[in-house]
Design a binder for this molecule. Structure first.
Ligand code: DGY
Length: 324
């Protein structure tokens, strides 16, 4: 019998065709998230689920009695309840490596946009305010030769560091759970304690995965340590920051600006104060969203899914669910 899978996110046609070679499938094809009740119905009889961001909790695992694998179309997997998946013997996969350079590009887009006030000036030019270009109050700050402090020196952190160091002649400090001597040697980055990094960096770039240890990792105390003209960038997960502390820090001038690809609640609520601030650049969680990279990620996730439902060990099991 062919395995059954449910595709909970729109994916490119070729990726769907690849899944169709090996599996029977149903799919959700809207850019809106699938309603939970419908998802719960769809997963009743499936062997595999292709998704991103869907909370894989006890209720879902209890409902999906045949489930063998959840394949995330993302590198982050904070949507997985690892213990519950372990207990049920459900595999979980993600998509490492393939998006590193694309996310690092986006981080630089946020840094440059916030530093040079690109969205603000764009709006003014389109509104006929060309003279904004010579208004000294709208002048930005440099990125080159400044200090970047990267929190989380994984693969994406290293791709950011390479751009910072060799593209923009920046000093690069990093903070990570463990030191990365290879990155230090190859990229010339310097390990720093969190406090030192926060005090010295012009750009504080948060790239740590969301885990119980990193939830609200940056809060009031950490913003207070930053430079008054620091620019805070978050392209990890919204929950790694205490969002009210961030709003407070921006409103009180404790930091200068922010560039955010992620929010505590997504889609971000329209009454979130961050959306009202000219010194905050906001994006709708698009770190990996180039057509090419999203297609590559979807294919990688599909390969993980197909391998697992056919009884093989998929290549990109998340570390916590790897057999030892
Ligand atoms: C992921 O894949 O987890 C990231 O959020 C990329 O934007």
């Amino acid at each position: 019998m062919r395995p059954k899978v449910f595709i909970a996110r729109p994916i490119p046609f070729e990726v769907e065709a690849y899944i169709g070679e090996y599996c029977d499938y149903r799919k959700w094809d809207s850019t809106e998230s699938i309603p939970v009740e419908q998802l719960m119905e769809e997963i009743r009889d499936v062997d595999g689920l292709l998704t991103s961001g869907t909370p894989i909790n006890q209720a879902l695992l209890d409902q999906a009695v045949n489930l063998k694998v959840v394949s995330n179309i993302s590198v982050g997997y904070n949507n997985f309840n690892i213990e519950a998946m372990k207990a049920k013997g459900v595999m979980g996969t993600h998509t490492p490596d393939v998006l590193d350079e694309t996310v690092a590009d986006l981080v630089f887009a946020l840094m440059l946009s916030a530093a040079r006030r690109v969205p603000e000036l764009d709006k003014l030019v389109k509104g006929g305010e060309w003279k904004a270009g010579s208004d000294t109050r709208l002048f930005g700050v440099d990125v080159h030769h400044k200090t970047a402090g990267i929190i989380g020196m994984g693969r994406i952190g290293q791709a950011i560091a390479r751009r910072a160091k060799f593209g923009f002649s920046m000093e690069v400090l990093y903070y990570n759970r463990s030191r990365k001597p290879e990155a230090e040697e190859k990229l010339g980055v310097q390990y720093a304690g969190l406090e030192e990094l926060l005090k010295k960096s012009d750009f504080v770039i948060l790239m740590t995965p969301l885990t119980p240890q990193t939830e609200r990792f940056i809060g009031r105390e950490q913003f207070a340590l930053m430079k008054r003209d620091a620019i805070f960038i978050n392209a990890s997960r919204g929950q790694t920051v205490d969002e009210s502390a961030l709003i407070e820090a921006l409103q009180a001038g404790i930091i200068q600006a922010a560039g955010l690809d992620v929010f505590a609640q997504e889609p971000v609520n329209l009454d979130n104060s961050l959306l009202q601030m000219a010194n905050v650049v906001t994006l709708p969680h698009i770190g990996s969203a180039t057509a090419q990279t999203r297609a590559d990620i979807a294919m990688m996730a599909a390969e993980n899914l197909v391998k697992a439902v056919r009884g093989e060990i998929p290549p990109n099991l998340v570390p916590e669910l790897k057999p030892y």
